[in-house]
Design a binder for this molecule. Sequence first.
Ligand code: HEC
Length: 394
Amino acid sequence: METYLLDWLHLLLRWTHIVVGAAWIGASFYFVHLNNSLRPLKEPKDGVTGEMFAIHGGGYYHMHKLDPRMEKLPEPLHWFKWEAYTTWLTGIGLLIVVYYLQASAFLVGDDISAGAAVGVGVGSLVVGWLVYDGLCRTPLLTMPRLFGLIGLILMTGSAYLLCQLLNPRAAYIHVGAMIGTMMAGNVFFTIIPRQRAMVEATLAGKEADPQDGKLGAYRSLHNNYLTLPVLLVMVSNHFGALYGHAWNWALLIAVAVCGAILKHWFNLHGQGKPAPIWIWFVAGLGIVGVAVVAMPEQAGSEASADGAPPYAEVREIVTERCLPCHSQWPTHPVAAAAPAGVYFDTPDELVKLADKVKTVVVDTQTMPLGNLTEMTDQERAALGAWVAAGAKLD
Ligand code: HEC
């Protein structure tokens, strides 16, 4: 019952998280596009610095960008902040419901208690933000390339550490949450306060402090480059071949970098600058490279078919190690319903998924989840050999 309720909370949080996240990233993309597309006015008008025409939803639109030295603040003035805040809050809710309340199943790594693992998870977000924010307060902030390089090295170190300490799937989501926390923190602590200062200056009939705006702009630039990587990192935790790999931390950083490279192309393109096509080749090669490195080993399968056990033995292993979760009538406290819709109640169901079973049990060893059912290496080898020998039912 308790797991069932948690599953529902999980579904509602995830739904909200994706909706508000789409609103956040969507607004961000929209305003980047708008700023890039602004042109000088056809008929100059006081207090307007640029305009753009658009068609959408059956109408024509005419957008103006206003000079901040206006006499009166326009009303009502819409602020874009709750998109970011609610994305972060629902993300934290998801971490709690999925990983912290079910730490022994989803969060712990090989040699760590549930409490310590929660400490590592929460600590990574707090320390990640403090280090990032600290770096932003040094002159490094004004050197975006060097800043990016240092950020990449620190992020790689964090990914490595988290993958050693936590369940790799949880480590992946925590790397995503670290990046998301930096982005939401930038909105909360820097970008919105900067907008407040601008509004106050406007109300007082003064000009906003340009230095203030410049420092904030660097943080917006970071958020811009992080949009594609953070989404890629968030969805990559469904790919066992990545997080189950021995180099999982390096593969994660590699795909994230490919995302940032692509964002660079979109930025150049949007600003009307030459956007070289080779950027796509580099990112594409990177992704293909990761796919090749992460490919589960198929070679050697024939050799391991030797000594394949009879089906009866395989059924015993599966009943003991997998069925507690992967059944239409699961008994394990972690599973209210068969996880990922995968169940092995009948011989046919097992045979149908045999290749997948070999992948998760032998190649990536991501199953049994957290090895909660204590599967032995001999049992893994036996299951692998049975699949390699053709998954026969006799
Ligand atoms: C303690 C519960 C638990 C046990 C025991 C368990 N699993 Fe899983 N399994 C899960 C969960 C949870 C997921 C969903 C993971 C996700 O969404 O990434 C899953 C997903 C899977 C998938 C789908 C993976 C994919 O990439 O689509 C397969 C296949 C699988 N398990 C096979 C097995 C096999 C074979 C065993 C026994 C050797 C096993 N599992 C034992 C909880 C369990």
